[in-house]
Design a protein around this ligand. Sequence first.
Ligand SMILES: NC(=O)c1ccc[n+]([C@@H]2O[C@H](COP(=O)([O-])OP(=O)(O)OC[C@H]3O[C@@H](n4cnc5c(N)ncnc54)[C@H](O)[C@@H]3O)[C@@H](O)[C@H]2O)c1
Length: 284
Amino acid sequence: MEIKKVVVIGMGLMGSGIAQAYAEGGCEVYVTDISEDMVKKGMASIDKFLSKAVSKGKLEQSKKDEIFGRITPVKSIEDATDVDLAQEAAPENMDIKKQIHAQIDAVMPEHVIQAVCTSALCISEIASATKRPGKIIGTHFHSPAQVMKLVEVIRGLNTSDETADSMEDILKKCRKLPIVVSDSPGFITSRVWCPFGMAAIQTLVEGVGTAESIDAAIKSGFNHPMGPLELMDIIGLDIMLHAAEDLSENFGPAYAPPPRLKTMVAAGQLGVKTGQGFYKYPRK
Ligand SMILES: NC(=O)c1ccc[n+]([C@@H]2O[C@H](COP(=O)([O-])OP(=O)(O)OC[C@H]3O[C@@H](n4cnc5c(N)ncnc54)[C@H](O)[C@@H]3O)[C@@H](O)[C@H]2O)c1
């Protein structure tokens, strides 16, 4: 099925970027949120992002107007049932996601695909809250969603081939790089990257190097654009701790977070968002 019309449910940081990405890919996009204020803020941030591209000469004004004109705020999903895809982007909470997907399932026509936006939740469990498990699929966009190419596309146990193919097609039209993964904790990105981050912390704790030297070694030695410690500061150390705890619960102690990470989170040193992580912010 070709996806031409989308509703994005949840207009926070990710939802607004995702709505912009679908509009840039040529879709008509409805946007909604439980908070009208978040819809206004989300629309303003899309407008600002596109206007900046125009002022930098990267986008023509007429193209900006076309993209922005494809995005329409609606009060609820009941006002957006003529879509092909319902893309949820609500907070990372299993109960909230199940409730939203059950509601979408109740009001949307049978052909509609329901995409879950998640960093780590089990897609098959969310699908169990609906009567259309074949139409439920996960999307792990990376932030900022309108910029980052990678989208992990997560197939639940019952996701159909047709659903996965349609999702891959629309993401490619939006100039994303969809990578299909199975419904396993951490998918590919967190499962592979998280232990690397934890090893960087342990290397720091043991005094093998400073934060600066560890980051510099990884950047120049492996051609990474950022070092692991500075990147974890951006992601948020609370989010890293949660991911490592979840992975170690599923795959064993090799994935466990070092005690230092727990202490930093307990002390409120969460990285850029609190002004202190492995570095102090703003950085000199
Ligand atoms: N922030 C990131 O860097 C990042 C990266 C990758 C994936 N994610 C995932 O994206 C999802 C969204 O994260 P975010 O950072 O945009 O969160 P956010 O808190 O910025 O936005 C969530 C939005 O959902 C709305 N909402 C809450 N309940 C709702 C409901 N019942 N119906 C409609 N809207 C509702 C909120 O009002 C809010 O505007 C999460 O699952 C998160 O794990 C986030």
